[in-house]
Design a protein around this ligand. Sequence first.
Ligand SMILES: [Zn+2]
Length: 457
Amino acid sequence: MAKLKTTFFCQNCGAQSPKWLGKCPACGEWNTYVEEVIQKEESGKGSWKTPTTGTKKASVPKKIQEVNYEEQARYVTGDDELDRVLGGGIVPGSLVLIGGEPGIGKSTLMLQIALILEGKKILYVSGEESEAQIKMRADRMSAKNPDCYVLSETNTQQIFQQIEALKPDLLVIDSIQTLTSQYVESAAGSVSQVRECTAELMKFAKETGTPVFLIGHITKDGSIAGPKVLEHMVDTVLQFEGDRHMSYRILRTSKNRFGSTHELGIYEMRVEGLRPVANPSEILLTQREEVLNGVAIGAMMEGNRPLLIEIQSLVSPATYGTPQRSSTGHDAKRLNMLLAVLEKRGGMRLGQQDVFLNVAGGLRVDDPALDLAVCASLISSYEDTPVSEQICFAAEVGLGGEIRAVHRIENRIAEAEKLGFKKIIVSKYAVKGLDLAKYKIEVMAVSKLEEVYQKIF
Ligand SMILES: [Zn+2]
């Protein structure tokens, strides 16, 4: 028997070392090295076809004007949310990783895509569920693609054999952590297995032009389970997130070689599958009878799409010693900065107050244009007076309490107007040269935080 070759892999970032290390020099994590058995060091060796050796033509430099490429037609799935997040449909030959916590609905989303792509031959490979289980889920969905094939298999070589016979137009792997390649000996889900299987699938995608979707489970701390290397290898990384107890799911790009990474898709989870939400502002704004203290609406941009989002806060006297500062869906450092500005410029005494901030709808936001909405919501909770429900906000707040301009103000104003708001507070520097008379909504331009106080209640 051949001597087994082993290497130690960091389970966090995929770095390798010939001996065990306590601390990973690449990512700085402790106790992440695990010994794995490997036979071949080069990845991609066990490809779907044995590579031709030797006779490959060497590349020669070309003038950039002489380089020809054909814009390959993307598959438009008909699911507007997915198409937009991918940058306009599925690119042939692309390798897309879709990550998310177990149970969030990744398999449902992919099966649904497989079923709506009528006229395309889809192979859905599952190492997690039996064919009967997949069929049961498919029966609940309304879309029916007669050319959707399912395969319950985990060995990559077996899968490639089936692929050669079937010649699908799209391949879905559920999930990458269940696959094993016979060229690597370690267990399914280990760094070397995941890396090898991904390399084989990538080679298949690039050589045949068949798009491949990989489903990957993510760990509790939010990274794709096991290796970060996976993220570097694929063309596109999509994150599917949301609270599994709530009905809304968010699909966002964290890497995309074929489009922007700022796009966002929103779905509603229903018994019959995931329903794309075309107008997210309507669901993100809570419908309520009475106005509440500590609630303010901000106009943010997610990619090219304006979204109105509800910021909620609670400011109350601290009962247990050190006051707490807690924020959900919003950067905690940014919150602390805004609190300091309110204390210094607005004369609010927040030193002995607990402050809780929450972004409604389970969204994570980082648009600085929400600063003013955050401030308004904090002021409202502190003063125990509701912000008028007719008002929304779109401006950044600086350290001096100055109200700063944000980009694409016209889109934000238009979205607020569309949703029936009467007033929007923006920076006066953002609307220079803009014809405000054309809007039905009243655009209030301010330059200092002090001016905002009188306008919001
Ligand atoms: Zn590491």
